[in-house]
Design a protein around this ligand. Structure first.
Ligand code: ADP
Ligand code: MG
Length: 345
């Protein structure tokens, strides 16, 4: 069964603005689920409703099949790690982590044992006596995670927990969090606006925009089969063209006529999405479209090559270099053309 389920959850405010609209989601026990979307799309609001800090204006939230929609936060087996660490600066690490347990009147020896256990879990054994101010940003964030884990929650919510860290520390912590998740077997619901972070860490990604779920799927699903142009544009890099179906499994877009595998009726207006790594540079006479190379950027593992075919710019990722000004052809495997029916058609 699902550990968490959101059914038609909506949160609108007094001014009528809806931060989250008809949100549906099923989370399995032990899953690592990520809410991914640009700033302001409703990620934090959704997380706050799961934690119980905020209530839906309509819809229901279930935990293990029972409604917890209006259960207060402290009665939910759920803990949150916030964007800012929110540690108590005047307390040492032990007191920071033990805070919740003391409030629950947990026996002293048990608290000592539990604090030491979570400290080793976040690789900070023996830090009990240290002050918050003597820790680096990365260490403070680990303490914040330890403080959430000490309550042994069934579900850990993490709201952009690595946002304040520099890139190298962030990448290190991504791996550590993933390991921690696998080791503990508890359910993680993670929030980020960083698509790479989401792709790296998650079992399942919920792509959000404007308070609405755009797509739910594995990282591979989301990357390879984006449900709409928003997802295609937001995840990875994409060439996005408007076009029309010219026949069975044939579409015209981007200045050429392509074979495709999506069976959409002739005459339908479409949006076609092609990933930069899926475009092949050929001799001019062998391409479906052709044109001059207008820019080449070295990206370390590959080159980013832009070709102007008629009025259409194609961005291509290739391990081989190309010469600016030279004429090339472009072709795309039918499998790698993603056709979506235009919303405004
Ligand atoms: P995210 O975490 O994805 O950046 P939020 O969930 O924080 O987005 O916010 C979603 C939208 O809801 C934003 O436009 C925000 O301004 C709005 N919002 C959040 N809280 C309130 C509130 N209490 N009153 C009015 N609007 C709010
Ligand atoms: Mg937020």
């Amino acid at each position: 069964t699902n550990i968490i389920e959101l059914r038609h959850v909506t949160r609108s405010f007094e001014d009528g603005f809806s931060a989250v609209t008809d949100f549906n989601l099923e989370v399995k026990r032990g899953e690592f689920v990520t809410f991914l979307g640009p700033s302001g799309c409703g990620k934090t609001t959704t997380l706050r409703m799961i934690a119980g800090f905020d209530l839906p204006t309509s819809g229901e939230i279930f935990l293990n099949g029972e409604s917890i929609t209006s259960l207060p936060p402290y009665k939910r087996p759920i803990n949150t790690v916030f964007q800012r660490y929110a540690l108590f600066p005047h307390m040492n690490i032990f007191d920071n982590i033990a805070y919740g347990l003391k409030q629950k009147k947990t026996p002293k020896e048990e608290i000592v044992k539990k604090v030491s256990k979570v400290l080793s879990l976040v690789d900070l054994e023996g830090f009990e006596k240290r002050r918050v101010s003597t820790l680096s940003g990365g260490q403070q964030q680990r303490i914040a995670i330890a403080r959430a884990l000490v309550n042994e929650p069934e579900i850990l919510l993490l709201d952009e927990p690595l946002g304040a860290l520099d890139l190298k520390m962030r990448q290190e912590m991504q791996l550590e969090l993933k390991e921690m998740h696998d080791k503990l077997g508890i359910t993680f619901i993670y929030v980020t606006h960083d698509q790479e972070e989401a792709l790296t860490m998650s079992d399942k990604i919920v792509v959000m925009s404007g308070g609405k779920v755009q797509q739910i799927g594995t990282p591979e699903d989301i990357y390879n089969e984006p449900a709409n142009a928003f997802v295609a544009d937001f995840i990875g890099e994409s060439n996005i063209f408007n076009g029309i179906m010219t026949g069975k499994l044939r579409a015209r877009f981007g200045g050429g006529e392509y074979e495709c595998v999506d069976d959409v009726a002739q005459g339908t207006h479409i949006t076609a999405v092609v990933r930069p790594e899926d475009i092949e540079i050929t001799r001019p006479d062998q391409g479906i479209v052709r044109g001059p190379v207008i820019s080449v950027i070295f990206k370390g593992m590959h080159y980013e090559i832009t070709v102007l075919a008629g009025k259409n710019e194609y961005v291509i990722r290739d391990v081989r270099n190309a010469v600016v000004g030279s004429l090339v052809g472009l072709r795309v495997d039918p499998d790698n053309i993603h056709i979506m029916v235009s919303e405004d058609a």
